[in-house]
Design a protein around this ligand. Structure first.
Ligand code: DON
Length: 304
């Protein structure tokens, strides 16, 4: 099948799915993003790039950054990390607090906000400049030195930090937080405020489709075994309490963000990133989900 034609067809079909969701507005700096936009990019292990729509337009990657921070944390802490954060789907919203008290400050998985805060805390413990380290890592992974953090978005989230601050403080009260809450929140919000486009994200995550090794630079970001484990966690928890629906409809490891992006991995073949800002009630891109389902159907990509 002609991959470029397929992406163009999906892009042409996207417009008929606009208007079914809402742009994230709990982060004021994101509320002004125009809703009717769509981009898609595929980066193959051979280094070929296919894209359509607004694939070069940067957006706030938000929770997609949790896959970057987890990669960095696994690299530094190995299996020790799993003493502080679980590997199970939560079945609750990404920003829910309820399980955290019952489960004594150990978040269910590294992709819900509480889990990502523990991951950020673990990076703050090992790095003197955790934000700089993330930026450098992501630039290397994407092969683009011009990637930046949108300070307006990061500051906007910090200003409205109360729910994430509550999680961090609760975890601190249970002894599962090593650094000052404010320092970790600043790092976490900066990670979420990375501004990237579909092409950059598809390329940056290509190591997840290639046993942990970037096919372009040859750099080994994770071992093969760690990569399998990270992909397993993305499949079971990458889309929060909609991970089951994503596995059913798309059948690949994936990670979404409230900026409207979703990246997904087809191990051994390629990584794909879609972007469309309107979200469903689970905080996942409505049109992005539709597009990935179409792609999966057309190319028979489900791992199952
Ligand atoms: O902490 C937050 O709520 C946001 N910075 C990230 C949430 C997010 O992207 C959830 N994903 N769909």
């Amino acid at each position: 099948m002609d991959l470029q034609q397929l992406l163009d067809d999906i892009c042409a079909g996207a417009a008929s799915h606009y208007g079914q969701g809402r742009v994230a507005d709990y982060i004021p700096a994101l509320a002004s993003v125009a809703p009717a936009q769509f981009g898609i990019a595929i980066h193959t292990l051979e280094g070929d790039l296919y894209s359509s729509g607004q694939a070069q337009k940067r957006f706030s990657i938000q929770s997609i950054s949790k896959a970057f921070s987890l990669t960095m944390a696994i690299h530094r802490h190995g299996d020790e990390l799993w003493q502080r954060v679980g590997k199970e789907p939560s079945g609750t919203a990404f920003n829910s607090l309820v399980q955290l008290e019952f489960e004594k400050g150990i978040p269910r998985n590294p992709f819900i906000n509480a889990g990502a805060l523990v991951v950020a805390d673990s990076l703050c413990s090992r790095l003197s400049a955790p934000v700089h380290a993330m930026l450098e890592t992501v630039r290397l992974m994407a092969g683009t030195a011009s990637i930046t953090i949108d300070r307006k978005v990061a500051d906007s989230e910090y200003e409205h930090r109360y729910r994430n601050a509550a999680m961090a403080n609760l975890m601190k009260s249970f002894g599962n937080f090593e650094n000052e809450v404010d320092r970790v929140l600043r790092a976490y919000f900066s990670y979420c405020a990375l501004s990237m486009n579909c092409v950059e994200l598809a390329r940056a995550f290509s190591f997840l489709a290639a046993d942990g090794r970037c096919p372009q630079s040859g750099r080994q970001w994770l071992t093969k075994r760690q990569t399998q484990q990270l992909n397993a966690l993305l499949l079971t928890s990458g889309l929060y309490d909609a991970a089951g629906d994503f596995a059913y409809r798309v059948g690949m490891p994936g990670k979404s963000g409230v900026g409207g992006g979703i990246m997904a991995v087809v191990p051994g073949r390629f990584t794909v990133c879609v972007w469309a800002p309107e979200l469903n009630e689970y905080g996942n891109s409505v049109v992005g989900l539709w597009a990935l389902e179409e792609l999966s159907k057309a190319l028979d990509l489900s791992l199952f």
